[in-house]
Ligand binder design. Structure first.
Ligand code: 1HN
Length: 346
């Protein structure tokens, strides 16, 4: 049973003022707020960002603001539950849609938050991460883990747009968020996406491991899609046809704080994802999906993005009855597991 606790108003005003003057605060009026019964209070609201409405505004930003004035030309997908100015999709996740025009260059920097890019549209752009030039194609996932230099360039002819996912809100909250600007990187020979391209077959190192904390930086969509299709064909009764983006040397999550996954929904399939503690983000790579989150029913078409708070079940339904749909998922699972607060409530 949860008892009613004393309120601030129940205390003499001069007593409260005496406390405040000494930087002291009584706990009991706020205890239920910070420690609610049974389930956390979540500011993260189910939110849908349709690509169709976002894209023209992002292209307009390309006309209004030169890359030199932006460094990164991004429209942030902000969750109204957190307040737009906080630039949060969830407690730990930041989302942004970034535009790079042909010939533009987003200069080299590195920072403490971890980032990934999910390429949404356009060909010819590349991002250089830690000296490795990673071509960007639709559906590719490219890591820029904490501390690694990264810059973006574009040799193509049409705008390139990608989704950035960062753990910025968490790292900022920790007062650990900062960046350093750098010079254009020299591109070196050797690419992790080639060296680790075949599942289970990893380069034999002279030492047990390469000396890279992040040996694979680019996960081509062609590989992820083929893995999902093969998994689905080989396991006709498998409900959750999903792969996790991992570090191929350790088998652990690709980055430390956020987790990344690709999901295939079979034609017409309805999949219930259990209520787990981490918040989640869904981005449709191919197909058409209905996402039922709390009382919201989002109709997601290609390149649409939505988010769901933690501790809630989510149902994803493939609205295509004659073909599979493919969804990129980002979540806060690695963080929750490391902190020991991860829960699956079924
Ligand atoms: C950043 O470095 C990039 O490098 C994109 O493309 C978005 C949002 C917040 C902080 C750093 C990038 C970012 C960012």
């Amino acid at each position: 049973m949860t008892h009613e606790l004393g309120r601030l108003e129940d205390l003499p005003a001069d007593y409260v003022q005496d406390l405040r003057d000494l930087n002291l605060v009584p706990l009991w009026p706020s205890l239920r707020g910070v420690l609610p019964p049974k389930i956390p209070t979540r500011q993260t609201q189910p939110t849908h960002w349709p690509y169709k409405t976002l894209k023209p505004l992002l292209l307009k930003a390309g006309e209004l603001t030169p890359i030199e004035k932006a460094e990164r030309r991004v429209l942030v997908l902000a969750n109204p539950g957190h307040g737009l100015e906080k630039m949060q999709a969830s407690a730990a996740m930041y989302l942004g849609m970034q535009l790079l025009m042909p010939g533009e260059w987003a200069p080299s920097h590195r920072h403490t938050p971890n980032a990934v890019r999910m390429i949404v549209e356009g060909e010819g752009a590349y991002t250089t991460v830690d000296g490795e030039k990673c071509p960007m194609s639709r559906g590719d996932l490219i890591l820029t883990p904490t501390g690694l230099w990264h810059e973006h360039g574009h040799d193509g002819t049409d705008p390139v747009i990608w989704l950035d996912v960062l753990d910025l809100p968490l790292v900022y909250y920790m007062e650990a968020s900062y960046h350093v600007n750098g010079d254009r990187q020299e591109v070196h020979v050797g690419r992790g996406d080639k060296q680790y391209a075949h599942g289970g077959l990893v380069p034999t190192q002279v030492f047990e491991r390469s000396h890279k904390a992040y040996p694979m930086l680019r996960y081509p969509w062609t590989e992820a899609k083929a893995a999902l299709q093969t998994l689905g064909l080989d396991n006709p009764s498998l409900e959750q046809v999903q792969v996790t983006y991992t570090n191929p040397e350790t088998g652990t999550d690709a980055e430390n704080i956020l987790g990344f996954y690709a999901l295939m929904l079979r034609p017409g399939q309805s999949l219930r994802l259990p209520a787990r503690s981490p918040a989640q983000v869904f981005h449709v790579i191919e197909g058409e999906v209905q996402a039922d989150i709390l009382g919201s029913h989002f109709h997601l078409v290609e390149a649409d993005t939505c988010c769901a708070p933690g501790y809630e079940a989510v149902t994803l339904k493939n609205l295509k009855t004659d073909q599979a749909s493919f969804v990129f998922i980002a979540d806060e699972s690695p963080l929750h597991r490391k902190l020991g607060v991860y829960e699956n409530r079924g």
